[in-house]
Design a protein around this ligand. Structure first.
Ligand code: A2P
Length: 282
C-alpha cells in the first residue's frame, strides 16, 4: 500500500493517476444534502467523487461542484454508463448527457456500470472512442467477473484500468482481486462497509478496539492494505471525517488474516449478470 492520505494518488495502467480512496454519492438525492455532504467530504480531503447515470444525481452533483467553486483539475470525477444507455451510439450520446449534467467537459473515469450481454463489446468500443476523443481520461468497468474480463480481452483494443465491485470483509473477492492485480487493473470497492452488515462483526470490533479505531475505519484500512480502492459513502459529517482518518494506524499481518478469514461470499447487491456468447455460458 502506497498512499499516505486522501490526496495521495495511485498510478493507473493507462498513465493517469487516481486518488487512493474516494467518496460515493449513491443515494444523495437532493441539492441541499448533496451540497452539505460534498462540502464536508471536500474539507475532509476527499478528491474522488463517484456517481453514475443510474443514481440520477449527476445534475445536483454538478451544481454542488459549481456552488463550492472547486477547481476542476483538483477533482477526480467518475461516472458510469447505465444498462439502458448501453450500445455504441447510445453510450456516446448518454455520456454527452452526463458531461452536461456534471457541468464539465471531461470525466476522469468512466465505467460500464454492469455487464450487459447484448452490448458487451459495443459499449466498450464506445468507451475507447470517448477516451480517444478526450471526453474521458480513463476507462473501466464495474461488476465484471474474471470471465467477463477474459471475454472482453478477446476484442478490446485496451483493457479497463479499474474494476469497481462489491467488496467488504464478508465478500472479499480474493480470486477476482488477484486477477485484477495480475492484469494491472485496480479493484475499487463499492459498499466497502457491506451496507453496514459487516459493521456488526465482533472480531473486527475486537481488532478495532486494539487500535482505538471504529469498525468502519478498520475495514477501510484492511481494504487499503489489500490495495483495494474504497469509496465509502455517508450522509453524516462525523462519519465522513472518521472514514478519512485511516492513515495513522496499520493492521498487522495476523489482523489482516483474521479479517480475510471472515469471508462468506455474502453479497448484498445484485449478482453480476451472466454473459452469454453464441450459446456459450460464461
Ligand atoms: P450513513 O449515510 O447513514 O452514515 P456501504 O453501502 O458503502 O458499505 O455503506 C453502508 C452505510 O454505512 C452507509 O450508507 C453509511 O450510512 C454508513 N456508514 C458510513 N460510514 C460509517 C461509519 N464510519 N460508521 C457507521 N456507519 C457508517
Amino acid at each position: 500500500m502506497t498512499i499516505k492520505n486522501l490526496a495521495s494518488t495511485r498510478p493507473l495502467a493507462d498513465g493517469n493517476a487516481i486518488p487512493g480512496m474516494g467518496f460515493g454519492t449513491y443515494l444523495l438525492s437532493d441539492q441541499e444534502t448533496m451540497d452539505a455532504t460534498i462540502k464536508t467530504a471536500w474539507d475532509a480531503g476527499y478528491r474522488l467523487f463517484d456517481t453514475a447515470m443510474l443514481y440520477r444525481n449527476e445534475d445536483i452533483l454538478g451544481t454542488t461542484l459549481q456552488n463550492l467553486q472547486i477547481p476542476r483539475q483538483e477533482l477526480f470525477l467518475t461516472s458510469k454508463v447505465a444498462e439502458v444507455a448501453q450500445g455504441y451510439d447510445e453510450t456516446l450520446q448518454a455520456v454527452t448527457g452526463s458531461l452536461k449534467r456534471l457541468q464539465t467537459d471531461y470525466l476522469d473515469l468512466l465505467l460500464i456500470h454492469w455487464p450487459v450481454r447484448e452490448h458487451f463489446f459495443d459499449t466498450w468500443r464506445a468507451l475507447e472512442q470517448l477516451k480517444a476523443n478526450g471526453q474521458v481520461k480513463s476507462i473501466g468497468v464495474s461488476n465484471y467477473t474474471v470471465a467477463h474480463l477474459e471475454l472482453l480481452a478477446t476484442k478490446a483494443k485496451e483493457m479497463p484500468v479499474i474494476n469497481q465491485v462489491e467488496y467488504h470483509p464478508y465478500l472479499n473477492q480474493q480470486a477476482l482481486n488477484d486477477f485484477d492485480t495480475a492484469n494491472h487493473i485496480i479493484t475499487e470497492a463499492w459498499s466497502p462497509l457491506g451496507r453496514r452488515v459487516d459493521l456488526a462483526d465482533p472480531m473486527i470490533a475486537k481488532i478495532a478496539g486494539h487500535h482505538n479505531k471504529s469498525v468502519a475505519q478498520t475495514i477501510l484500512r484492511w481494504e487499503l492494505q489489500h490495495d483495494i480502492l474504497p469509496i465509502p459513502k455517508s450522509q453524516h459529517a462525523e462519519r465522513i471525517r472518521q472514514n478519512a482518518e485511516v492513515f495513522d494506524f496499520t493492521l498487522s499481518e495476523d489482523e489482516m488474516t483474521m479479517i480475510d478469514l471472515l469471508n462468506k461470499n455474502q453479497r448484498n447487491g445484485n449478482e453480476p449478470e451472466i454473459v452469454y456468447e453464441t450459446g456459450k455460458q460464461y
